[in-house]
Write a protein that binds this ligand. Structure first.
Ligand code: IFM
Length: 465
């Protein structure tokens, strides 16, 4: 009997019976052990070593040292009571040059992780690509080159063979928008290139890579395995109903959302996107059959949501990730409170997005594969980490998600970003998203109040009060 059994049931937002409750992480952000057991540099190792690219010159060399602390971290998950754990596989641990046979020690690490999760009754949800491209593939042209998509298909086959019998859900890519447009468009992410054409080419090759991997996975995995893709879809709001502002929103929806949704779910590129991007490219790098490959059937769509985007007609400064749309679009600050990332807290945006997907993609099960917030957390003198703003953020977003489910959105699970404080890309360790606080000097893990709160949500199967 737990403490909750003795209390009157005050659950106000009960989630469906088989709802999946998880936390999420990514390899480069937590693993460390950057040069161990055959792992070679990824584009993030190179980028983080480039002066001026990452806050304080931070790198993922040690990160949360998860590579050496897997058992400890799984014990934390058991305490939380999560049903699922979403992690990513570091491609350069498996294929150091991005091609050829797998490194056994790399595979062994993920086998051990998955086996310990299963022993703990936690369902493994693996992402094949969360931005750590082997540097050698970038040197050969990176995602703007078609060949990278074929290499990704090969890597997917290796992983399916190694772990296909025990990983429940396979996600091909995490947030290809960020990887293409922040990595190749405005260069704030690795590999730091600034070319609208490279960003659009990368976006197409991500779609192709996703489809190639989905086909390989489908051929190799047991029928029970679920194949998915995670997108950071933008909830785009026009500042006013004026036609110019609505058109600005349409442009961002095309280059932010439909550039992936249409190829993957409809086997075509949006016509307005082709028209808008004509000054940059004629899309002749799209070959016959690519869009059919990209639209290989998948079992669910993962959605990462943090905050909405408000736009009006106007212009924005370059370098911009938006592949030319910035010449027609002005980005406005959304009102209301903000997180430590300066991102607006707006849970209605999650509801809005889910209702749009309910209508646009009927029959496609949805999973929230990331949602969470960074705040300036610290351990107080008694060693406690109080993070009431994060609890408020999570509560509001879970309530919005619950409302969307009641309104007919078929959402099967929620993964909180993130289990651990970690390497937040260009922000290094200056931003903390974890519900577990990490003292990076000692690697001591401490549950924040939000971790205890999330555990009680999972135990109740909903929100209370
Ligand atoms: O930390 C990232 C994660 O890697 C991808 N989605 C957004 C998170 C917060 O910025």
């Amino acid at each position: 009997m737990t403490a909750l059994d003795a209390c009157p049931d005050t659950t106000t937002h009960r989630f469906p019976e088989h709802f999946r409750w998880g936390t999420a992480t990514a390899a480069y952000q937590i693993e460390g052990a950057a040069a161990e057991d055959g792992r070679t540099p990824s584009i993030w190792d190179t980028f983080s070593r480039t002066p001026g690219k990452v806050c304080n010159g931070d790198t993922g060399d040690i990160a949360a040292d998860h590579y050496h602390r897997v058992s400890e971290d799984i014990a934390l998950m058991r305490q939380l009571g999560v049903t699922d754990y979403r992690f990513s596989i570091a491609w350069p641990r498996i294929q150091p040059t991005g091609r050829g046979p797998a490194v056994h020690k790399g595979l062994d690490f993920y086998r051990r992780l998955v086996d310990e999760l299963l022993e703990s009754g936690i369902r493994p949800v693996a992402t094949l690509y969360h931005w750590d491209l082997p540097q050698e593939l970038e040197d050969a042209g990176g995602w703007p080159q078609r060949e990278t998509a074929y290499r990704f298909g090969e890597y997917a086959g290796i992983m399916a063979e190694a772990l296909g019998d025990r990983v429940a859900t396979w996600t091909t890519l995490n947030e290809p928008w960020c990887a293409a447009f922040l990595g190749y468009g405005n260069g704030v992410h690795a590999p730091g290139r600034t070319s609208a054409l490279a960003a659009l080419r990368a976006a197409h090759h991500f779609n192709l890579a996703h489809g190639l991997a989905a086909r390989v996975l489908r051929g190799a995995l047991p029928p029970s395995a679920e194949i998915s893709l995670t997108l950071n879809l933008h909830t785009v709001r026009a500042h006013t109903d004026a036609p110019e502002d609505l058109d600005a929103a349409r442009r961002i929806d095309a280059v932010g959302n439909r550039i992936f949704l249409d190829p993957v779910f409809r086997g075509r590129l949006p016509e307005d996107l082709i028209h808008d991007t004509a000054p940059v490219t004629d899309w002749s790098f799209v070959e016959d059959g690519d869009l059919e490959t990209a639209s290989a059937p998948i079992d669910s769509l993962g959605i990462n949501y943090y905050s909405p985007t408000v736009v009006a007609a106007g212009t924005s400064e370059a370098p911009s990730p938006w592949a030319g749309a910035e010449q027609h679009v002005r980005f406005l600050p959304a009102p209301g409170p903000r997180t430590a990332m300066d991102w607006p807290v707006d849970a209605d945006g999650l509801h809005e997005l889910l209702i749009r997907l309910r209508d646009d993609l009927p029959g496609v099960p949805l999973v929230i594969t990331e949602n969470g917030a960074a705040y300036d957390d610290y351990a107080d003198p008694s060693g406690e980490v109080k993070d009431p703003e994060r609890v408020a953020y999570l509560r509001a977003h879970l309530a919005a998600l619950h409302r969307a489910i009641e309104d007919g959105a078929d959402v099967r699970g929620y993964f909180l970003w993130s289990l651990l404080d970690n390497f937040e890309w260009a922000y290094g360790y200056s931003k903390r998203f974890g519900i577990v606080h990490i003292d990076f000097a000692s690697q001591r893990r401490t549950f924040k109040d939000s971790a205890r709160w999330y555990a009680s949500v999972i135990e109740r199967g909903g929100l209370s009060g």
